[in-house]
Design a protein around this ligand. Structure first.
Ligand code: NAP
Ligand code: ZN
Ligand code: ZN
Length: 350
């Protein structure tokens, strides 16, 4: 056991504050790491404030983690001390169900173990995430970080990157496809970069006129202000696929109207309150589909990291010390992030 400095929320209304935890000694298949950087995902905020009503307090959020290996268990073969590694939203699953067998651990039929707010399958302890100086994770859920990428900019790939990469791949984003990304936040800006690198025609939908230039710089071919009905109408019935990353309840109809016959809109945003049901005829008359998607499996996360290595893709980040996390949450709620906060954990090391 070793003392780890962390930040936790002790209840749904409390600001995050310093909290010391004990990490387990590495088990045979464990990798122990010093956490270097941790991205700040909107899911961290939803869970710190119990907006999904399943938070176990105290909660130490953080699932966009880049670290340096400091020790490994006796049976570890994939990693050694000194390696740069990543950890995303998952730290374990049953490994035997049909979904796990297909490498879709995020859909584990016996329940995946979250990096935080999960229950360790061996010792029954609540898991604590990456807003902390050290982490211990099974090597099967530890990723290799490409060595040509900036480690701080890699951290958000572990959730925002894979959560957009996986549906873009599943629904075939690529040359000849018109792809919409809704919302230019942490997920959305990765969606724009990845869809562009996959070769699709990319249209970014935003509620923030101030983000138009950034969206183009990040790779969007076109930018639409989604609150402007004329701009929306120009794209009616034209999209193969729309990825909706919005973190708040909103009307889905204006976006469904933009899909071609047989087009799909996939929701990855997970707001506190459900969206109102879309109009059924909007779906029926053009055989449109409304879908959802959860992060991605471990093999696909490694594939995404390697893809980013090949294409030189990282997240656009603003580095903050741990002590600024509560301010960062307030700015995230105002859509004032360009485009992901990343915590430098050196700020917590004594
Ligand atoms: P974020 O950085 O806060 O970005 C969300 C974006 O949504 C904002 O930048 C804003 O973009 C837009 N937006 C916010 N409020 C809006 C409103 N009222 N109406 C319309 N647009 C609004 O959040 P994030 O970290 O990217 O996460 C996005 C959502 O995905 C969260 O709900 C998060 O929990 C969820 N998530 C899901 C998964 C999964 O596996 N499915 C994984 C990670 C995160 P504009 O300013 O451009 O309009
Ligand atoms: Zn996340
Ligand atoms: Zn399983």
């Amino acid at each position: 056991m070793s003392t780890t400095y962390a930040y936790a929320a002790t209840d749904a209304t409390a600001p995050l504050a310093p909290f010391d935890i004990q990490r387990r000694a590495p088990r045979a298949h464990d990798v122990q790491m010093e956490v270097l950087f941790c991205g700040v995902c909107h899911s961290d905020l939803h869970q710190a404030r119990n907006e999904w009503q399943n938070t176990v307090f105290p909660v130490v959020p953080g699932h966009e983690i880049v670290g340096r290996v400091t020790a490994v268990g006796s049976n570890v073969t994939k990693f050694k001390p000194g390696d740069l590694v990543g950890v995303g939203c998952l730290v374990d699953s049953c490994r035997t169900c049909a979904s796990c067998a297909e490498g879709l651990e995020q859909y584990c039929e016996n329940g995946f173990v979250g990096t935080y707010n999960g229950v360790d399958r061996v010792d029954g302890q609540i898991t604590y995430g990456g807003y902390s100086t050290q982490l211990v994770v099974d090597e099967a859920f530890t990723l290799r970080v490409p060595d040509n990428l900036d480690p701080a900019g890699v951290a958000p790939l572990l959730c925002a990157g894979i959560t957009t990469y996986s549906p873009l791949r599943t629904w075939g984003a690529g040359p000849g496809k018109k792809v919409g990304i809704v919302g230019l936040g942490g997920l959305g800006h990765m969606g724009v970069k990845l869809a562009r690198a996959m070769g699709a025609h990319v249209v970014l939908f935003t509620t923030s006129p101030s983000k138009i230039e950034d969206a183009k710089r990040l790779g969007a071919h076109e930018v639409v202000i989604s609150k402007n009905p004329q701009e929306m109408e120009a794209h009616l019935n034209s999209f193969d696929f729309i990825l909706n990353t919005v973190a708040a309840q909103h009307d889905l109809n204006p976006f469904l109207n933009l899909l071609k016959r047989d087009g799909t809109m996939t929701l990855v945003g997970a707001p506190e309150h459900d969206h109102p049901s879309p109009q059924v005829f909007n779906l029926i008359l053009k055989r449109r589909r409304l879908a959802g998607s959860l992060i991605g499996g471990i093999a696909e996360t490694q594939e995404m990291l390697d893809f980013c290595g090949q294409h030189g893709i990282t997240s656009d980040i603003e580095i903050i010390p741990m002590q600024k996390i509560n301010e960062a949450y307030e700015r995230m709620l105002r859509s004032d992030v360009k485009y992901r906060f990343v915590i430098d954990l050196d700020s917590l090391r004594k």
